[in-house]
Design a protein around this ligand. Sequence first.
Ligand code: NAP
Length: 330
Amino acid sequence: MQTIQLNKRPVGTPQLSDFKLVSEEKPQINEGEVLLKAVYLSVDPYLRGRMSEAKSYIEPFELNKAMSSGMVAEVIESKREGFTKGEFFTGLLEWKEYQTHNGEGLMKIDPKMAPLSAYLGVLGMTGLTAYLGLTEIGKPKEGETVVVSGAAGAVGSVVGQIAKLLGCRVVGIAGTDEKVALLKSEYGFDEAINYKTTTDMSLAIAEACPNGVDVYFDNVGGEVSDGVMVNVNRFARVIVCGAISLYNATSMPMGPRIQPILIKNSVLMQGFIVFNYQDKYAEAIPRLAQWLMEGKLISTETVVEGFENTPQAFIDLFEGINKGKMIVKI
Ligand code: NAP
């Protein structure tokens, strides 16, 4: 069986040579353990941070050790109560085709309630990040204008749809004309902007948001966000969810000083990690599941086939290859 390890710490954009595919013996389980087979694996932009040595909210990956991320796995063999062969679980698991586990931190999932991959997307960290960031920090009110960057990606596409369900005017920012069209036709965004072909982001936002910006859900940071920030209204809420435009930077670019904007407009700007809101998961997941079952929330996935293609799928996040959640089918 195969495992994917961190070979080198990337400098700038991650390369395939930063990863290595290693063959190992299939593990045997001991009393109290389960043997899991990987079914779906999530690749996420935040893993870039774990590939470098910098201190963060989560430990860096170790060189020459398996990487890990959210995964859906099937129980192949069990010597642990509460785990039966053929059941499916989700949790933070190692990039291994097979692994043993003591079961702690794994959540049983129901393939009859939703497709298994949805537990890595709308019903997993993606959906929780979108829902909890938007409602707990953004607190959007009906009729307000919500802008979301990274809008055609996993988190962004869910944020925009939820904001529409809550009665807001929604403007999305994404990196291709195809994505811009999709935002409007598929997800019901009111306006969408291609940041790669727009020369003046602040003007484009002003035109797309005639009443200004009340809530900004930021997935990308950098120049895109500079353009949004000059258009915020009094008492706007800025949810700093991600800054993918800066994750591969070898030196941090200098941006505009935004303190005067925050003061003048009494803006709340808050970074967050979805794990901060663990106590809200039990209330958020049924709401997301309900919307999904009622067809009010569209779950979009870009599925890459083959465990060995995991590193490329991860690298492709930085090229914007994905629409919705990038998932690897093992
Ligand atoms: P995603 O949006 O599905 O994938 C990344 C997308 O980012 C790409 O499709 C690409 O779309 C865009 N992108 C890549 N490079 C960019 C650049 N230089 N400038 C602007 N856009 C760029 O990924 P996701 O899983 O939903 O994550 C979105 C953001 O949320 C990430 O920043 C991630 O780190 C963050 N996040 C935070 C939390 C939390 O707890 N705070 C949890 C999950 C995710 P385009 O074609 O539009 O460029």
